[in-house]
Write a protein that binds this ligand. Structure first.
Ligand code: ATR
Length: 281
């Protein structure tokens, strides 16, 4: 076996990640037998060494995941537009001349998933739950695609204010607060959960009030994909709304990174199947 095209994942922890399964399945599918995607656990004190090591070891690039998406930025030679605006990198490309470029495919991955499902952002009203790193990528994506109205709701209102302010836009932001939820819900088209509420560790929690119903016209998107159906999505399904988990975004951000590295069209459906198998079988 002659593996001479290496990429990988920098994060901590990375053992649970489905990205290696997703990318390696795609290489096999396209007959790229000399490519391999390696999980690389990197502690917070070793981020600089790890990034520099990519070049030293002849890697063609890497994905970056929590908690290092922001920490890698100072060690890169250049940032793409999305990475600069979001302030975080999830994909590094090592160019032929050795320059390392930081990209962010999370925002475009989110939009690509919506597009594939025929969901339009232009001129719509979106409510974003949460104001952390993931929310930042989602807000950037929504603004880039001309979302008409944006509401950011977060447990810590100051962080919602900060997020809105950093994009230089005046949109509504508030606590995840019963009154605001109640006033916003009827007029919004899309609700996106970026908080960790509903993940395995907080499986019984939801960022949404149980007595506030969704309508059939609304799209409820939860960035969480494990469990497949959070309490929020169960409620959305129960109310007849369109309920989507974050697996599509995970696959699309991976497909975009794959295309940056290999310059080949990513087999997204196959990557999705590989991710599902790694997660749930
Ligand atoms: P990520 O990169 O996944 O976005 P993060 O930057 O740590 O992670 O952001 C986590 C988000 O989930 C934040 O909006 C956080 O709210 P705070 O800003 O108030 O911390 C939100 N969050 C986490 N746990 C929560 C909880 N128990 N209830 C409500 N919101 C929560």
């Amino acid at each position: 076996m002659n593996i001479d095209k290496l990429v990988g994942l920098i994060g901590w922890p990375v053992s649970h990640s489905v990205s290696p399964a997703m990318h390696n399945a795609a290489y096999r599918e396209l007959g790229l037998a000399n490519w391999f995607y390696v999980p690389m656990p990197v502690s917070t004190t070793s981020v600089k060494d790890a990034v520099m090591g990519l070049r030293a070891l002849g890697f063609l690039g890497a994905n970056v995941t929590v908690p290092h998406k922001e920490a890698v930025v100072p060690f890169l030679d250049e940032l793409g537009d999305s990475a600069r605006a979001i302030g975080a990198v999830n994909t590094i490309v090592v160019e032929e001349d050795g320059r390392m470029i930081g990209h962010n495919t999370d925002a475009d991955g989110f939009i690509a998933d919506l597009k594939e499902r025929g969901i339009v952002v232009h001129d719509r009203h979106a409510v974003v739950l949460g104001a952390g790193g993931s929310a930042r990528a989602i807000v950037y994506a929504l603004l880039k695609h001309d979302c008409k109205k944006l509401t950011i709701l977060n447990r810590t209102k100051a962080k919602a204010d900060e997020l809105a302010y950093s994009f230089g836009r005046m949109f509504l932001k508030a606590h995840i607060d019963t009154d605001v939820l109640e006033k916003k819900i009827d007029s919004c088209d899309l609700v996106i959960n970026t908080t960790s509420l509903g993940m395995a560790a907080t499986k019984g929690s939801s960022p949404w009030r149980d007595d506030l119903s969704f309508t059939r016209e609304q799209v409820i998107y939860d960035l969480i994909y494990n469990p497949k159906q959070t309490l929020l999505l169960q409620k959305a399904t129960h109310d007849g709304a369109c309920a989507l988990n974050g697996l599509g975004m995970l696959v699309q951000q991976g497909a975009l990174a794959f295309e940056m590295w290999t310059k080949r069209k990513a087999p997204a459906a196959l990557m999705r199947a590989a991710a599902e198998e790694a997660l749930f079988s």
